[in-house]
Structures are given as structure tokens and as C-alpha cells.
Design a protein around this ligand. Sequence first.
Ligand SMILES: Cc1cc2nc3c(=O)[nH]c(=O)nc-3n(C[C@H](O)[C@H](O)[C@H](O)COP(=O)(O)O)c2cc1C
Length: 400
Amino acid sequence: MRSLIKARAWSKPLSPARAVKSMNLAPASTSDYRRLAEKRLPRNLFDYIDGGAYSETTLKANVDDFEKIVMKQRVMRDVSSINTKVEQFGDTFALPLALAPIGLAGMMARRAEVQAVRAAEKAGIPFCLSTVSICSLEEVAAAATKPFWFQLYMMRDRGYVKDLLGRAKAAGCKTLVFTVDLAVVGARYRDVRNGMAGGLSRVGKFRAALEYPKHPGWLLDVAVKGKPHTFGNLSALVPSAKSLSDFKAWIDAQFDPSCTWKDIEWLRSIWDGNLIIKGILNTEDAKAAVAAGADGIVVSNHGGRQLDGVSSTIKMTPRIRDAVGDKTTIIMDGGVRSGQDIVKALANGAHSVMIGRPWVWALAARGEAGLDALLRTFKAEMDVSMALTGAPTLADISDD
Ligand SMILES: Cc1cc2nc3c(=O)[nH]c(=O)nc-3n(C[C@H](O)[C@H](O)[C@H](O)COP(=O)(O)O)c2cc1C
């Protein structure tokens, strides 16, 4: 009985209007993994993943605008065989879905990026490693059996960028995701309140430290057994940085806000693989990215973590598809919480999607087995949604 009561707490519905009463013996949806992650993680780490910029209007819109899309039920079509395979950047993937780059993921689950690349391979989808991951390119490559994607932030030190891309290539990466929506880092109120932005008083630091013993599962598995907690891709380049805050200070000083489309030319001169530009949210920038030679773009507002008040990504996706046409691969992210959302995104012009928070919640909650299960759920939800909308292949999904 006790465990049932505990279980019920984690699947507390987001809104009382949608109250769900069940035994809650197993997580079924992304929001169940979110609740489990909330229980497992120290508050500051949970909020770091969960939160967005300022009043989190855009973060909310990303999710809400998916819910507003109404699907069209179709019957009496042959849906005995559903095909979710997609060809992208010279590879065939089992689903039009990728795991988005997430900085610091290795603080949420033990060597999270290694677990994520393994889960992605099992599901037949790409994993994208962040520049600011905890596990290094080499550590992830040692666990991977196929090429994974690498995400880059432009740094002032172009020598560092060149070196990093050389390492990515040596690690087997063929696809580079260049993130352009972080010229400056957006302010997140939750991180400030939790002391993640620094500047805590002594009392504040003491109170922050008291949070950790309340989460013994995380403490043992991640804080103790999941070391080292440094930015794996940067440790060789910034040997003087010993702690996470030293690294963070270095990164904040290194992001290059003077970067423009001209820098893509330079990037192209040192990277001969696929180039995807991530962080596009309007038609003008989409056209500029294509003109600069991008093989793909990610329609993204960084999961509502940068400029609060901008449009949701699903709302902008059809306009961007109309503006750039079919030659450029359009990936969208932000608010994708189910396999059904993937179908909605494709119906609105995306070729595929990425998920950010959902994969970290699943790993934090239940480790690699949790992420395996979540990805199986996404696949099953896609199959059912395609069957019941009468669309047995991705090409059959339309805005009708
Ligand atoms: C905790 C966190 C860290 C992130 N770190 C990065 C990063 O290092 N590089 C990057 O390009 N995007 C980063 N993003 C943005 C994601 O790649 C992705 O665009 C976003 O999470 C998609 O929205 P979703 O979380 O609603 O799926 C991060 C997002 C979150 C939530």
C-alpha cells in the first residue's frame, strides 16, 4: 500500500482538470518520467532541465500548441503494415526522431551521454552529443557502434573549435549540428532562485547543500559513482579548470556573440560532413541558413530557454517548410512529448523531430532501461497514430 501511495505522488497530473486515478505501477508517458525525475533529482538539477527563460511562456507554448492540433481519424484503409523509417544524411533511421544535445546531462544520470547513445542505437535513431556534455566525444565513441551526431557552439577561440571538430571526426561523427540561438545565454529564473547562477550567501550555500542528502539514490549513483563531473570535451583544452563552476565560467567567456552567417563559410572549410543549423525560428533565418549551405535546419527556440515570448516551434514549422521547400531537411524540436506529437510535427511540415527534456527525464528516472522503454513508447504511439489516421508510411502523413 505504501508503495502505491508513493507511486501516486509521482504521476500527479499537471492540471486538476485532467486528473487521472490509476495504480501507477509503471510509467506510461513522458510526464510520468518527468515526475519520477523530479523525485529522484536534487531540486536545482531538476529545475535546470525542466525550466525555461523568464516566465516560461514559450516553454509552455511549445507543449500547449501541440495539444491544440486536432488529428483526423480515417478508417477502412490498409494499415496492416506501418513504416516509420526515414532516410536522412545518408543513413536510414527507424523513426524520424533524434535525441537532442543536452548540456550537463551527465549530472542527471550516471555517465548519461553513454547510456543515451546506447539507447538511441537500440532504437535505431541518432544521438546528438552536446559541446558541453559531461562525457567526452571519446568516451561516447567507445560506447557507440555507429556514428553519432555532434553539436557545436561557436567559441571565440577558433583554434579550439577546429581542434574539437577534429576530435569529432576522429570519434566517427559525420553530422555536425551547429547551434546558433545562444549568442548570449538566456536568463532562467529557476536557476537564479536555486543558486545555479552563483552569488549565494553562506546561508544560501548551506541550504543548497542540505538538498543533496534528500536524494540518496542520485547521490550514490551519480554524485559518487558517476565521476568525473567535468565538461568532457573541454578538459584537455582548459586544464586549469578543476571544478564545474570553473568550466562554466570559461564557457560563458568563450561563447562568441559576434558570429554571423559569414562564419559558416569558415566552418564549411574545416568540416566536410553534414551540417545542420539549429535554432531557426523564422523564414528569413531559414532562407539564410539554406543560402549559407546548410544540409538541414532545426526549427528550435532552445526548448524555451533563450528568448521568452517567441513563438512555439510547431507554430513556425509550416511557414518555414513553405519558405525553404523540400531540398533542405527540416527537423523541429520543442514540446515533442509523444509519438503522436511526431506525427503532428510531420503533418506540419517537419521531416523529423528531436526531443530534449524527455530523454533526460527518462534516464534520470530509470536509467538506460527507462530511456529504452520511453523510445519504445514513442514508436508504439507513432504506429497507432499513423494507423488510425490512415497513413501507413511517413509520406502518407499530410496536413489534411
Ligand atoms: C537542460 C537542457 C540543456 C540543453 N543544452 C543544449 C546544448 O548543450 N546544446 C544545444 O544545442 N541545445 C541544448 N538544449 C536545447 C535542446 O537541444 C532542445 O533544443 C530542446 O531541449 C528541445 O525542447 P524539449 O526539451 O521541449 O524537447 C538544452 C535543453 C535543455 C532542456
